[in-house]
Design a protein around this ligand. Structure first.
Ligand code: ADP
Ligand code: 5GP
Length: 223
C-alpha cells in the first residue's frame, strides 16, 4: 500500500489531486498523458464519455466510453456527469462516480479535458484541481502534428484549428503553462509539477502528527 492510500499503519489519507491537462488539439496532451500514466502508478486516467466516432487506434473503455447522443442526454439529466462540453461538434463529459470514489480514496486522477470542462471543475472543486495548459511551439508545428497523427479527415483538422483560437486565448485560466517543443523535456516538467503539488502542505495530512512527535523528541533531548 502506497502512502496516502490509507491503511491502519499508513499516514492518514489525503484527498487525491484532480490533475487537468488541456491544450489545443494536436499540441500533445494525449502523448503527455500516456507518458505520465506509464511512469506514475499513483495516477489514473478519468475515462470520459464522448459522442465522437472512435478513431482507428482507440479502444472503447480505455481511451473513451463511446456513447450515442440520447445516452449522453440521459446521463446528463440523471446528474451522472461532473462536467460536460460540446467540443468540435461532439459531446464530451466526465462521469461523476469514478472521480468521487478515487478522490475519497486519496488517488490522483488525470483529466484530458477542454477549457470549458476545466472551468466547471474549478467552480465545483477548485481546491482539488491542479491545471496545466500545453502550448505548441508554433502554429506550423501544430498543423503538421495534426496531419502527422493522420487519424482525422482534413475538414476535421480544419475545425480543430479554428477551435484552437478560442482555446489558446484561455491560457491564463490555468495554474501552469508548458510549451511542448521537445516531448521528453515537456514531460519532465509535467512530472515536476505533479510532484511539487503532492508536497504542498495541505496535501500532507500526516505533517501535524509528525512535527508534533519531532518537537516532543527534541524537547526530551534538550531537557
Ligand atoms: P492532442 O492529444 O493534444 O490532440 P497528441 O498527443 O495526439 O495531441 O499529439 C498530436 C501528434 O503530435 C501525435 O502524433 C504525437 O505523437 C505528436 N507529438 C506530440 N508531442 C510532440 C512533440 N513534442 N514533438 C513532435 N511530435 C509530437
Ligand atoms: P479528442 O476528440 O481529440 O479526443 O478531444 C477533443 C477535445 O475534447 C480535447 O480538447 C479534449 O481534451 C476534450 N475532452 C475530452 N474529454 C473531455 C471531457 O470529458 N470533458 C471535456 N470538457 N472535454 C473533453
Amino acid at each position: 500500500m502506497t502512502p496516502g492510500h490509507g491503511s491502519p499503519t499508513s499516514p492518514p489519507t489525503r484527498r487525491g489531486i484532480m490533475f487537468v491537462i488541456s491544450s489545443p488539439s494536436g499540441a500533445g496532451k494525449s502523448a503527455l498523458s500516456r507518458l505520465l500514466l506509464q511512469d506514475d502508478p499513483e495516477i489514473r486516467l478519468s475515462i470520459s464519455v464522448t459522442t465522437r466516432p472512435r478513431r482507428p487506434s482507440e479502444v472503447h473503455g480505455v481511451h473513451y466510453h463511446f456513447i450515442d447522443v440520447p445516452t449522453f442526454h440521459q446521463m446528463r439529466e440523471r446528474g451522472d456527469l461532473l462536467e460536460w462540453a460540446e467540443v468540435h461538434g461532439n459531446f464530451y463529459a466526465t462521469p461523476r462516480q469514478p472521480v468521487e470514489q478515487a478522490l475519497g480514496e486519496g488517488r490522483d486522477i488525470l483529466f484530458d479535458i477542454d477549457v470549458q470542462g476545466t472551468l466547471q471543475l474549478y467552480e465545483r472543486m477548485r481546491e482539488d484541481v491542479v491545471s496545466v495548459f500545453i502550448l505548441p511551439p508554433s502554429i506550423a508545428e501544430l498543423q503538421s502534428r495534426l496531419k502527422r497523427r493522420a487519424e482525422d479527415a482534413d475538414e476535421v483538422i480544419l475545425r480543430r484549428l479554428r477551435t484552437a483560437e478560442t482555446e489558446i486565448a484561455r491560457w491564463q485560466d490555468y495554474d501552469f503553462v508548458l510549451i511542448n517543443d521537445d516531448l521528453e523535456r515537456c514531460f519532465r516538467d509535467l512530472k515536476q509539477v505533479l510532484v511539487a503539488e503532492r508536497l504542498k502542505r495541505h496535501r500532507q495530512p500526516h505533517l501535524p502528527g509528525l512535527t508534533e512527535a519531532l518537537l516532543k523528541d527534541l524537547r526530551a533531548v534538550l531537557s
